[in-house]
Design a protein around this ligand. Structure first.
Ligand code: SF4
Length: 394
């Protein structure tokens, strides 16, 4: 390891800021173990009690109809397509009720850009869910949906955000970030808003008191420099707003979409990016890995590369699963992955408040119904209500 790399790692591990150029140097050239050690040192300083969190939530899709036709998406259907659907409110509420029964604290309402769905649709959606289940946090949609609804209703971004916040939206999901730099974004989602516009919506929302997460989809042919540029674009907004609670990188899934090909992000590239993100985002409190797309083993390994959150059980997930993500888990197993990585598991809520810390296996919850893809249209046979063999973590 060169002295230059060693000095950058030390500064970052101590909480100092690194430049995008230094982040790229670390990403490309830092030896894996010192890189992971530095990232883990940052995690330990932030969370000295060694707790790693998880969440119970359900991703509920209200429509798969979409006019934006992203090349990497296996979920959407064009308007008038015979396989297009939109769920009635009763079905959405029924799924929310099931989620509450299984201990979910959050719903992620997520859908395509339906040509008829303006701000009024989302106001009705969020207020109906809030009225029926006030205990559920609505962490939903993303900047792309906000721009779409504002366009359909001919209102400003500010007005759209104010109205859906008043209707019950608690937090904006980081969805739709994909790759923010122009070249890779245009290549995979030519009809989507620019990365700058995606960030502009987030900045407006943060200014109006609606916080969010930020994501990144790796593996569609972007360069290492473009991956780091994605991080820089997010950090610049974070410097002004402080509204991103966490960063969540995940990997492209190649089935059933127009882009096809393969995931062009290896396990090592993923883990290195995770570690660099922890070092680069000294202003973003949480770092979540994506066991759904990378697999549970990689998810567990990421806990040694600076990650402090293993994400959600996801009682339902259809969007990424439609593109081939087949990894599934359950409450016992997720807790076991965290504990056997020498971390203390804890259930959190959307704001990362710890709801239950499982200091010892005796503290573990025992609800065997809490499985990922409790319901999923993306699984063979529809998935709804299918039981999953459980792994005994005790
Ligand atoms: S990723 Fe979202 S915006 Fe793009 S086609 Fe799929 S549903 Fe539509």
């Amino acid at each position: 390891m060169t002295q230059v790399i060693s000095d950058i790692l030390q500064r970052a591990a101590d909480g100092g800021r690194i430049t995008p150029e230094e982040a790229l140097l670390l990403y490309l050239e830092a030896p894996l173990h010192p890189l992971g050690e530095a990232a883990d040192a940052v995690r330990r300083r932030r969370y000295p009690d060694n707790v790693v969190t998880y969440l119970i939530d359900r991703n509920i899709n209200y429509t798969n109809v979409c006019v934006t036709a992203c090349k990497f998406c296996a979920f959407y259907r064009a308007p008038k397509h015979s396989e297009g659907w939109s769920h009635p409110m009763e079905e959405i509420l029924r799924r929310c009720g099931e989620a509450v029964d299984l201990g979910a604290t959050q719903v992620m309402l997520q859908g395509g850009h339906h040509p008829d769905f303006g701000v009024e649709y989302y106001e009705n959606l969020f207020s109906s869910v809030k009225q029926a289940y006030p205990q559920l946090v609505i962490h939903s949609i993303g900047p792309s949906e906000i721009l779409h609804m504002a366009r359909v209703s001919s209102v400003s971004i500010e007005e759209a955000v104010r109205r859906i916040k008043a209707a019950g939206l608690d937090s904006i999901a980081g969805a739709g970030a994909e790759m923010l730099p122009a070249r890779p974004r245009t290549a995979i989602a030519p009809l989507k808003e620019s990365g700058e516009r995606w960030l502009e919506v987030m900045e407006v929302a943060h200014g109006l008191g609606v916080e969010s997460t930020a994501t990144m989809m790796m593996g569609t042919g972007e360069t290492a420099a473009e991956r780091i540029e994605h991080l820089r674009m997010i950090r610049d907004v974070q410097d002004r707003t402080g509204g991103f609670r966490s960063f969540i990188p995940w990997t492209y899934q190649p089935e059933n979409n127009h882009l096809k090909g393969r995931t062009q992000a290896t396990t090592l590239e993923y883990l290195r990016l995770v570690a660099v993100a922890r070092l680069f985002f000294e202003t973003v409190p949480h770092l979540q890995s994506s066991w759904l797309t990378t697999g549970k083993d990689v998810g567990q390994l990421s806990l040694h590369m600076g990650v402090d959150d293993l994400g959600s059980i996801m009682l339902e997930e259809n969007v990424i699963s439609s593109a081939g993500a087949r990894h599934r888990s359950n409450l016992h197993e997720l807790i076991s992955l965290i504990r056997s990585a020498d971390r203390i598991p804890a259930q959190r809520d959307t704001l990362y408040n710890r709801l239950a810390v499982h200091w010892t296996p005796d503290d573990d919850p025992s609800d065997e119904r809490v499985v990922s893809h409790f319901s999923s249209i993306a699984l063979p046979g529809g998935g709804a209500g299918k039981s999953l063999p459980l792994v005994d973590a005790r």
